[in-house]
Design a protein around this ligand. Structure first.
Ligand code: NAD
Length: 396
């Protein structure tokens, strides 16, 4: 059986999982992606914080999708037209019979004035590089004017993204101080979190451990501190206080790609398209929606949070469902296999839980490294693992 024309939008964790599974089943598809590479979104804090080189965090799509029937179109999707079975890209319109929307997320700014214009974000390889270069250039310039706000970094949000980034940046600071002859004691890395605690998804003991580790590395964690406005080089807090800093990074949350809502899909408040148990859009039965784009209600009646592991699992399932649907077979319902949550706090320490078992310190960091190995293996076996081995060592 050869499948009807299937188009996958996005080559993140979800889109790649669908594409890899379809290739394994010898089914043709077109995958449309903005870049000719797939990058490892959940690891962006590592190169942003200088742990090692950026090239270790992406892989050309052709290195993973080898078959000639696997068509790769490098283009930006500008609009979805589900009524016409079309997507509009900057390289023209593309028709489909089946569509998989795996367009990932966009920053959630909560309408905070000035945030979008005045803060950096960490959501792609390009933005991770911007964060890295911005900090390096800003620190470098301190010698010219001795303006101490150059040495202050503000990170807004203490979810997994903000905390992992702080852990990484903290380890980079002594290196930067040595490279550019800067006073280490003047460097400030401040995390501002509106909620009463950091990492609300973890148990209290693990949250306290994360706080202890980060504070020992010099990170200032200010919880119960909401950012209300961002001016150029300054944040305003709910308390009325202002903090000046030449580096402001926003990790305050994510929402779905806006194209989904614009196309008229039924969406949740985060702009994610409602799907049934098969990850199939409730609006169009030839459209599947996965990962951060999908509003999937779990067995506990709660919407599934946007994570890489959910995206990957949905992607593989949807490949099977596409084949079943066209083969007269029955589709399978999605059941999220929660493997746990691990946050790195720098290169060699972490915190989290795996299958309900808490992990901290070096063992959590090692477990996190194991998830990288597993992912690379899944993508491209031993060859991919050896090509990307730079991920596993600190540069220098
Ligand atoms: P998040 O929504 O989990 O955390 C954002 C944090 O910003 C929250 O704690 C929130 O209280 C805070 N915040 C919001 N508005 C604020 C304000 N005005 N001032 C100060 N703080 C404010 O976002 P995230 O960390 O980007 O994570 C997004 C998703 O990606 C989550 O589902 C997460 O689990 C997943 N993720 C997973 C990993 C991992 O598994 N290691 C890593 C990164 C992200």
């Amino acid at each position: 059986m050869v499948m009807a024309k299937t188009v996958i939008l996005g080559a993140g964790y979800g889109g790649m999982a669908t594409a890899v599974a379809l290739e394994k089943s010898h089914q043709p598809f077109t995958i449309i992606n903005k870049h000719e590479y797939h990058y490892f979104t959940t690891l962006l804090h590592e190169p942003a914080g200088g742990r090692n080189q950026f090239e270790n965090y992406s892989v050309p799509l052709r290195d993973v999708l080898h078959r000639a029937e696997s068509e790769i179109l490098v283009a930006s999707v500008n609009a979805l037209r589900p009524q016409e079975n079309k997507v509009v890209t900057d390289s023209g319109e593309v028709d489909y019979e089946y569509l998989v929307i795996a367009l990932g997320n966009a920053p959630e700014y909560f309408g905070i004035p000035g945030m979008q214009d005045n803060a950096l974000v960490l959501r792609s390889l390009d933005t991770a590089r911007q964060v890295h270069e911005h900090i390096e250039n800003t620190f470098k310039s301190w010698q010219e004017d001795h303006d101490d706000t150059r040495l202050r970094i503000l990170v807004g949000g203490a979810g997994l993204t903000g905390i992992e980034l702080c852990g990484e940046l903290a380890e980079w600071m002594p290196e930067l101080a040595a490279d550019y002859n800067l006073p280490l004691e003047k460097i400030e890395l401040i995390n501002l979190e509106a909620a009463p605690s950091i990492l609300p998804m973890l148990d209290e003991g693990l949250r306290e451990e994360a706080r202890r580790v980060l504070e020992s590395k010099g990170v200032q964690l200010r919880t119960g501190t909401a950012i209300t406005k961002v001016n150029p080089n300054q944040v305003e807090l709910k308390t009325g206080e202002t903090i000046d800093a030449k580096t402001i990074i926003w990790t305050g949350g994510v929402r779905a790609n806006p194209l989904i809502k614009e196309a008229g899909f039924e969406v949740d408040p985060k702009g994610r398209a409602k799907v049934n148990e098969f990850c199939q859009s409730v609006d169009y039965e030839n459209v599947f929606v996965i990962g951060d784009s999908a509003w999937f209600t779990g067995e506990d009646g709660k919407p599934l949070p946007p994570t890489g592991q959910a995206a990957e699992q949905m992607g593989s399932l949807v490949a099977d469902n596409l084949i079943a649907l066209q083969n007269g077979g029955s589709m399978q319902a999605f059941h999220f296999n929660n493997r746990g949550t691990l946050a790195s706090l720098g290169a060699e320490v972490g915190v989290g839980s795996v299958k309900g078992i808490p992990a901290k310190g070096v063992s959590a960091a090692l477990l996190k490294e194991a998830t990288k190995v597993k992912y690379l293996w899944h993508l491209g076996g031993l060859r991919m693992l050896s090509e990307k081995r730079g991920q596993f060592k600190r540069k220098g």
